[in-house]
Design a protein around this ligand. Structure first.
Ligand code: PLP
Length: 384
């Protein structure tokens, strides 16, 4: 089979796109903070969407056994993780899934643990639940991040009910080992904490690394955890609205059974059918994207190290974010606005991801080499 080519349209074509990334800023600002890729969609995803359109098939989402079957195939193929397709639940997106499960098991005011720097919407989800944020920041050494078990245990002991785990971790691009996840599950069981494992970035793991689905880490992990998966990040279809929820213990499956029926039907037919096609037939495209991203994370490294500017960057183990450490530059002021006004580039400032993100910026590199180079030049023009 010919190698699948991953391509990015020219900037003028990207700017004609109607999704948030290309409408949030004026055309002279390069928009790099959003978690979407600029690549053209995988052919099987395009075909699945085209066939819905050609059949004028745009009704509500009903039964979609093909999605459960496709996710089950993908999880086994990619991670050796077995999921019973008939138990998979659907929600409009990962955020909705986490919130709806939490609604079934929490009361307003309950404590939810996160590990900053982390995907900023975790704060918004917790606010929406009227719960309290507790933070056990990741431990960091030379830009290598890991879970801080003593901070987590102290938080659990303080009465945390739910821990939202970002696995793999956005924005730092870290993975957790099977033994770390099993240790976390043991702690959670000891303190009666439930773990919501947000695995949206899991398909985007670089070849030399291994992703462990939380629920595959141990029997205890299956007792304490829920997993939230989605094809939307890896196949770049976030606007199509479809995520999947998995539980693998009797008690947690009973909680899934209590989800209001509308949680399913608020997801979209386009999202479910495109996700099924992605999981079932999109693996060769995904492998090509991971190769492309691998080249891009190395290109970013080269641009930064040859710039002579003291920006820290460790290549991620998963996903497509450059988590750039500007702490040595004593960069002052409102970081996001300074990049927009002085560099004509929008980046995500590190403090979006919690106080432990101070001094960092996050840049998406899932785009062409030309745009990455342009972005780095704009960043350098501000910090130099
Ligand atoms: C860790 C993480 N979870 C969830 C999301 C958003 O997913 P959804 O749109 O399915 O809620 C993102 C988006 O970047 C993310 O990085």
């Amino acid at each position: 089979m010919d190698k699948i080519k991953i391509s990015v349209p020219p900037l003028s074509a990207l700017q004609a796109r109607k999704s948030e990334k290309w409408r949030a800023f004026p055309a002279d600002i390069l928009p790099m903070p959003f978690a979407v890729m600029d690549y053209e969609l995988a052919e099987p995803v395009q075909a699945a969407l085209m066939s819905l359109v050609q059949n004028s098939d745009a009704g509500y989402l009903g039964n979609v056994p093909e999605l459960g079957e496709a996710l089950s195939f993908f999880a086994n193929d990619r991670w050796g993780w077995q999921i019973d397709p008939s138990t998979i639940k659907i929600a409009a997106d990962v955020g909705v899934g986490v919130i709806e499960i939490c609604r079934l098991i929490l009361q307003p005011g309950d404590k939810i643990l996160i590990n900053t720097p982390v995907y900023y919407n975790f704060y918004n989800w917790i606010k929406e639940l009227h719960c309290e944020v507790v933070d056990a920041p990741l431990a960091e050494k030379e830009l290598r991040y890991c879970l801080d078990f003593s901070a987590i245990e102290a938080a659990y002991a303080s009465g945390v009910k739910v821990h939202i785990l970002c696995n793999p971790h956005n924005p730092v691009g870290a993975l957790f080992t099977k033994s770390e996840l099993a240790e976390l599950a043991d702690l959670a069981k000891q303190y009666g904490v439930r773990i919501m494992s947000d695995e949206i970035h899991a398909p985007l793991v670089y070849k030399e690394n291994t992703f462990t689905p939380f629920l595959s880490a141990s029997e205890t992990a299956r007792e304490v955890g829920f997993a939230f998966l989605s094809a939307t990040k890896a196949f770049n279809i976030a606007g199509l609205k479809c995520a999947q929820i998995v539980a693998q213990s009797e008690e947690n499956m009973a909680i899934l059974g209590r989800l209001p029926l509308a949680v399913h039907s608020r997801a979209s037919l386009f999202g479910a059918i495109a996700s099924a096609a992605a999981y079932r037939d999109g693996i060769p495209w995904l492998d090509a994207v991971i190769d492309e991203l691998d080249g891009s994370r190395k290109f970013l490294k080269e641009l930064i190290s040859t710039s002579g500017v003291a920006i820290g960057y460790r290549m991620p183990e998963a996903s497509y974010f450059g988590w750039l450490d500007l702490r040595k530059l004593e960069f002052q002021g409102d970081v996001a606005s300074r990049f927009i006004t002085e560099g004509k580039i929008a980046i995500a400032p590190g403090n979006f991801y919690g106080p432990s993100g101070n001094g960092f910026i996050r840049m998406n590199f899932a785009t062409s080499k030309e745009i990455i180079q342009d972005a780095v030049q704009r960043i350098l023009s501000v910090v130099q």
